[in-house]
Write a protein that binds this ligand. Structure first.
Ligand SMILES: [Zn+2]
Ligand SMILES: [Zn+2]
Length: 217
């Protein structure tokens, strides 16, 4: 399975950085886009530079209904895409998705999306958020949007799909850094407040995240 960061607060040269997050997952012959960044224009330009066409996306999964994750949605919706959102999304957003997309799935509990890709279901008491759980040959890797429900809550929820061996995405204010100790892959992105501390503490396995980063899991 290959992940490509399409939108992030940081970027490789030639790509645009902006506050927000989007990650492409390619597995088998399927392409899934997780979150869509804040700006459709920036998302589209980064996708073009990375050679990703929106028509190739079979699935779009949205972590939570914040502008920096759903802002680019309309620029990637197309009539053959299935969209997965937490059930708590507002009616207005759901209606807009249904107007263009082939199908809208409202996620509540843990579920399978495509082979090898699962959702934790919507978590959290304030902002409801889903994270993705990706199968690898050595446990599962968790992909988060902003981790508003708390990274430890999300990692716990992911355990129903296997032993958690890695985590990628926005960790928000997560500061219990010792909790990451047993993981093989640690890739803090987007809104992670303690990104530099995590990179320092886990120098042997933490990997830089930014638009253009390619991650094989
Ligand atoms: Zn957020
Ligand atoms: Zn965010």
């Amino acid at each position: 399975m290959e992940l490509r960061i399409v939108y992030d607060n940081e970027a490789k040269e030639g790509l645009e950085s902006d506050w927000g997050f989007s990650c492409l997952i390619e597995t088998g012959n399927k392409k899934l886009l997780f979150d869509t960044g804040a700006s459709g224009a920036i998302l589209s330009r980064n996708m073009e530079k990375l050679g990703i066409k929106k028509e190739e996306l079979e699935i779009i999964a949205l972590s939570h209904e914040h502008w920096d994750h759903i802002g680019g949605l309309e620029s990637v919706l197309h009539p053959n895409v299935a969209v997965y959102v937490p059930r708590a999304f507002t009616r207005g957003t759901k209606v807009r998705i249904k107007e263009t997309a082939a199908e809208l799935f409202e996620v509540s509990g843990p579920a399978d999306i495509i082979p090898g890709v699962h959702t934790t279901g919507e978590l959290g008491t304030g902002i409801k958020e889903q994270s993705l759980v990706l199968d690898t040959s050595e446990g599962v890797v968790v992909l988060t949007g902003c981790a508003h429900p708390g990274l430890s809550v999300i990692l716990d929820a992911a355990k129903v799909f296997g032993v958690v061996s890695g985590v990628i995405g926005g960790f928000h204010g997560f500061d219990n850094l010792e909790l990451l100790d047993g993981l093989r892959t640690i890739i803090p992105c987007h809104c992670t407040v303690h990104k530099s501390e995590i990179m320092d503490m886990y120098q042997d396995k933490a990997v830089w995240c930014g638009a253009g980063a390619v991650i094989e899991i």
